[in-house]
Design a binder for this molecule. Sequence first.
Ligand code: HEM
Length: 446
Amino acid sequence: MTQPTQASPTPSDAASDLPSLPRRRGCPFDPDPEYARLREERPVSRIAFPSGGSGWLVTRYADARAVLADPAFSSRLSTGSPHVRRTLIPLPEQALPGALLRLDGAEHRSYRRPVIQAFTVRRVQQLRPRIQRIVDEHLDAIEHTARRSGGAPVDLVAELALPVTSLVICELLGVRYEDRATFQGLAGRLLTIDITPEQAAQARLELGAFLSDLVAAKRLDPGADLLSTLIAQADADPDGPLNDLALTVLGSLLLIAGHETTANMISLGALTLLQHPEQLAALRAEPALADRAVEELLRHLTIIQFGLLRVATRDTAVGGRAIRAGEQVVVALPAANRDPDLGRGAGPELGLGAGPDLGLGAGPDAVGLRPDLEQLDITRPPTAHLAFGFGPHQCLGQQLARAELQITLTSLFARLPALRLAEPLDQVPFRDDMIIYGVHRLLVTW
Ligand code: HEM
């Protein structure tokens, strides 16, 4: 963390005089162009939040990493404006036991530790054949439906992305797939930007009840799944952190985070590749490029579209700007992931399980160039991007997401070589209204 060189504006600065959080995309595949300007000219800048109040916007890669790794910035956002919280990430209102996204330090670790084993590279490697079977079955069904309907367009969100990711997390957690309408509907409501506090509270109540019934049922009739394992751990250690409330909150997070994010990356990733036929042709010609393609799509599209929110717990500084205790900081992941300085620090934390042939660490620094990260380039050596966050809260399910993306995208394009969009791009409903970006529908034909 650098020392302050400029005094921050006083708290009396009227929020109305400040620029607002940039939220207007020009091109649907790129963030608001204002982010690039701010990153160059005012990388740590004061902004007004959509429903009042103000805070800081961090747009450079190095500053973003510094904030996310620094314990001076907390995820306990008790002072946050509710609208900002909703805009950025679907945080629970209170820092409840098990609410990983809202806890810090030892308390956060006490809930993260019991689940981390289920998402390691090795565990995900073991899941790959099952994920492949699920994807193949859904592609069979898609082909079958299209044949029977005489070639009517198919919606890849409803028929592939959502079912595959939902089924995988259901099997892993031990949730009945028959209940998907319930939890997918709740996720849809909770991730809508303009949900009212009352609607959000109601949706959280319903999700809590759904998970708490499941915990009770699994205690009586355990299975070979993560929730049953966590219940057994909790029951074996009554003084440990995992009580029934924590199990319910943790289960809700895993269920929602485990399907909605990756489903959106699959659909938006597929659409992006269709818009870049030369890169899609390269991927088809060399399926071993799948790892790189997925990393590049994650970086380029950064679907946590407004970034992450933290609050300063003490007076500190970021990028030479003084930040006072209690001030909120938005880490603009989409801006940081296009910073030409991204590429420094690529290393094992990527956790790709990749060999040296991927050229990790042989990034732009090695040749002294600043790469053009505005462009999509699926042949680029993987970068240490921030699409999964950074620091203690870095995405727990990132290896699972990578496996699902690699398998689904390669299988889709191998199985349907003539795949194309079935409606004009300007008719595609992009998710500007949601915390997690993507498309609501992706009609394709072949
Ligand atoms: C492409 C897909 C995904 C993206 C882009 C993504 C993104 C992220 C990001 C940016 C964070 C950090 C939040 C913060 O620092 O405040 C995060 C945390 C988390 N993600 Fe993911 N995620 C994805 C898939 C998944 C999957 C498949 C799971 C599986 C269960 C998952 C579970 C979690 C959990 C539990 C956390 C909280 C970790 C903590 O606070 O310790 N995510 N994710």
